[in-house]
Ligand binder design. Structure first.
Ligand SMILES: *[C@@H]1O[C@H](CO)[C@@H](O)[C@H](O)[C@H]1NC(C)=O
Ligand SMILES: *[C@@H]1O[C@H](CO)[C@@H](O)[C@H](O)[C@H]1NC(C)=O
Ligand SMILES: *[C@@H]1O[C@H](CO)[C@@H](O)[C@H](O)[C@H]1NC(C)=O
Ligand SMILES: *[C@@H]1O[C@H](CO)[C@@H](O)[C@H](O)[C@H]1NC(C)=O
Length: 263
């Protein structure tokens, strides 16, 4: 997935000779006299760089400052620390574990296993949901790099009817050095879930207060009505230590079949 670092580099040099992508930091620096100043004014280094979800605004210009994470950056364990999804409020100590599907499909490269796990109130039992994420650009190779880090996710087994799309809006390291990601999820009509905003972190505490504030400022600055409403509806999730000392989730055949999930 997101093997398009090189592609993006080319596009920036060809389309915007006044912008330079730093391979070391992954950030884009643009001269102030470059074209499209309205968009370029929003490019900055060492701070949260957010884009609109491509499904809301597929104009490549709107994500001109945006660089996708390097391949594999998503893999591993993430904590759901803030979300606007009403249904997530009941899913405590929620984690997401992402790993490459093995073997990889040659037709749909970049597919990931996506295991969400959580506890419900007053229980220590860990419940899981398994889905497969497919990069939108693998499904439709005609799409440009502005569609990087957009995944169509489909449940497996009992959850085969559940699908939606998630789109990375921002990613990086907070002021404490912990990785974070900001995700827009499209609505999931079959389970009556509205579209939502999620902020996941490598840390149970979520992004540092400075970075969290910056994330909200940058999302609001995108000036999109739907996204701004989601920002206002984003709340801290229940993280209360009930998973401390527990081993990481192993997704066995029951987990892949979503045997315990009724959907
Ligand atoms: C969890 O326990 C608390 C305190 O005993 C109780 O008030 C609450 O109703 C319980 N919640 C659920 C979902 O069982
Ligand atoms: C979910 O699946 C349905 C049926 O295959 C499809 O029409 C729809 O576009 C999918 N939605 C997303 C968000 O991928
Ligand atoms: C935000 O968008 C509205 C229309 O949706 C527009 O009238 C307004 O000028 C925009 N504000 C900024 C700061 O871009
Ligand atoms: C998972 O689903 C497959 C295909 O339906 C089935 O063959 C297998 O027995 C299931 N395994 C478990 C543990 O539920």
């Amino acid at each position: 997935m997101m093997r398009s670092f090189g592609v993006l580099l080319t596009v920036i040099f060809v389309g915007l000779p006044d912008c330079v992508l730093s391979a070391a930091t992954g950030s884009v620096k643009c001269k102030s006299n470059a074209a499209d100043t309205a968009f370029l004014a929003r490019c900055h280094n060492n701070r949260v760089q957010a884009r609109l979800p491509p499904t809301i605004n597929p104009d490549p210009k709107s994500s001109i400052c945006w660089v996708p994470p390097p391949p594999g950056w998503f893999y591993g364990n993430w904590k759901m620390t803030y979300s606007s999804e009403p249904s997530y409020l009941h899913l405590h100590n929620m984690h997401s574990d992402t790993s490459p599907v093995f073997p990889q499909s040659s037709k749909l490269p970049g597919q990931n296993n996506d295991v969400v796990s959580y506890q419900i109130a007053n229980s220590t039992t860990i419940l899981t949901e398994h889905t497969i994420d497919t990069p939108r650009r693998s499904k439709d190779p005609s799409l440009g790099p502005e569609w990087d880090a957009v995944y169509d996710t489909v449940g497996t087994g009992n959850m085969a009817a559940v699908n939606n799309t998630w789109e990375l809006l921002a990613w990086g390291y907070d002021t404490c050095g912990d990785g974070y990601l900001v995700i827009y999820e499209t609505a999931t009509p079959i389970i009556r879930s509205p579209s939502g905003l999620d902020i996941e972190s490598r840390s149970e505490n979520g992004p540092s207060p400075e970075t969290l504030a910056d994330i909200f400022v940058e999302l609001l600055a995108l000036n999109n009505t739907e996204l701004s409403e989601l920002v206002k509806g984003t709340v801290k999730q229940v993280v209360d230590g009930r998973r401390w000392g527990m081993s990481p989730v192993e997704c066995d055949a029951h987990c892949v079949n979503n045997t315990g999930v009724s959907a």
